[in-house]
Design a protein around this ligand. Structure first.
Ligand code: ARG
Length: 458
């Protein structure tokens, strides 16, 4: 039964129904729809808008529907949308009283309320998923405190770093995502219910009561905005998109560092795949798939922004397009965060390869320039002297580590016998002890701070 069929002479065309109906996807909102109705009817009873006896019947009916959906006894089908489904089912079960539920309410404020409740829960799940991931990163960072690896710029070796610094950098990104999720959830927790179709209602409703029953911080202050605002959906998709970008960067690094060319990380067999033709292959499908899903999550963000861009006030059916992308993004980001948190616990640092790589390819050159500059040579001159040393070693195929102190002194008398100890990977990383730097001590400090900041999130 349509909630609106009274005005029409002819029944809806099959094609209209197929195109218009949202039940196949908005059934996902069933919990929120029932909870919203429970709060609404409780308020209608308390304010005397409906007789208490009717309200109790309605509440009983709603509880029954909820139980039957949860247990699988009641299948969600055969209606235009989830709101019609619940209302039709209620009337089927309790009769005339059920027809009073929609007093002082429109599907426009109803769906906006349901969707916000859903997105509030989605933000909570996102925060929890991010927390798990940061915990895994902390574990890897801890393990990397006594390991040195090369740090990169332009994907060219730059300077040695403590390996924990790498994992902490990603933890920082995901902590920012958590902060964004919590802040956006705060803006989502504003209740549209009571906005009616667009203009509010003539009944003496108590919107503060429904807001507090549903866990909103307050009712919205403008009914036109209340029924048509979907900023919260765009924000959720943005927060997911940025988290996906961070995940994708992490995946890219894991894929590179676990390759034969780098070899700093090993992904355990249970989290790798093989090839149907090349027997030697061990492929990083998990990080590749996460990196690939980023495109789809961004797509959902662009879709909602585009849907929203020319909608006149207030509700328009375009807004029905707000849900499917978000449902999918929630599912995808949840899966990506979960599998990445697990993958990280099954990745091993190849300490020797990483440490050796941190000395190769003139990774310690900056430290030679710094050595001279600390002895009074202008840094620009020290840079040029070091550049000459690097050029000569490229020419004779030797390294900064196999040069003797005398050989260094031949380039400049400021070089003393201690120079050979300065071009070790560990020494170079340890030297970067400025606040926020890559020395093991600073990395440990960073890790403790990350763990402390993480405690804020229940
Ligand atoms: N399925 C609709 C949606 O998702 C529910 C609201 C219907 N409102 C209306 N005026 N037709 O937006």
């Amino acid at each position: 039964m349509k909630l609106w069929e009274g005005r029409f002479d002819k029944p809806a065309a099959k094609s209209l129904e197929e195109f218009n109906d949202s039940l196949p996807f908005d059934r996902e909102l069933w919990r929120e729809d029932i909870n919203g109705s429970k709060a609404h009817v409780t308020m209608l009873g308390k304010t005397g808008i409906l007789p208490v006896a009717d309200c109790e019947k309605i509440l009983g009916g709603l509880r029954g529907i909820e139980e039957d959906i949860r247990s699988g006894k009641l299948e969600i089908c055969g209606a235009e949308d989830i709101h019609s489904f619940v209302e039709n089912e209620l009337v089927k079960r309790i009769g005339e009283a059920g027809k009073k539920l929609h007093t002082a309410r429109s599907r426009n404020d109803q769906v906006a309320t349901d969707f916000r409740l859903y997105v509030m829960r989605a933000f909570d799940e996102l925060t929890a998923g991010l927390k798990e991931l940061v915990l895994s990163l902390c574990e890897r960072a801890e393990d990397g405190l006594d390991c040195i690896m090369p740090g990169y710029t332009h994907l060219r070796k730059a300077q040695p770093i403590c390996a924990g610094h790498f994992f902490n950098a990603y933890a920082e990104m995901f902590l920012r995502d958590m902060e964004r999720a919590v802040q956006s959830r705060g803006r989502t927790a504003v209740m549209p219910l009571g906005s009616g179709a667009l203009a509010g209602t003539s009944y003496p409703i108590d919107r503060d009561m429904t807001a507090s029953l549903l866990g909103f911080s307050r009712p919205c202050e403008n009914s036109l905005d209340g029924v048509s605002d979907r900023d919260f959906a765009a924000e959720y998709l943005f927060v997911c998109s940025l988290a996906a970008a961070h995940l994708s960067r992490l995946c890219e690094d894991i894929i590179l560092y676990s390759s034969e060319e780098f070899g700093y990380l090993d992904i355990s067999d249970e989290y790798s795949t093989g090839s149907s033709i090349m027997p030697q292959k061990k492929n990083p499908d998990i990080p590749e798939l996460i990196r690939g899903k980023t495109g789809r999550i961004y797509g959902h963000l662009i879709a909602i922004l585009t849907t929203l861009k020319a909608i006149p006030l207030a509700y328009n059916k375009d807004l029905q397009e707000d849900k499917e992308g978000l449902f999918d993004a929630k599912k995808q980001i949840g899966a990506c965060l979960g599998v990445m948190a697990e993958l990280l616990l099954n990745i091993k640092l190849e300490r020797e390869t990483a440490a050796a790589a941190a000395e190769k390819d003139f990774c310690c050159a900056t430290d030679i320039a710094d050595y001279l500059a600390k002895k009074g040579m202008p840094f620009r001159t020290a840079h040029a002297v070091t550049g000459r040393i690097v050029r000569d070693r490229i020419a004779d195929g030797r390294t900064l580590q196999d040069m003797t102190a005398e050989e260094y002194a031949a380039y400049d008398p400021l070089f003393g016998p201690d120079i050979c100890g300065k071009v070790k990977g560990w020494a170079c990383a340890e030297a970067r002890s400025s606040y926020g730097g890559a020395s093991p001590a600073r990395v440990k400090e960073n890790l403790l701070s990350i763990k402390k900041r993480l405690e804020k999130y229940g």
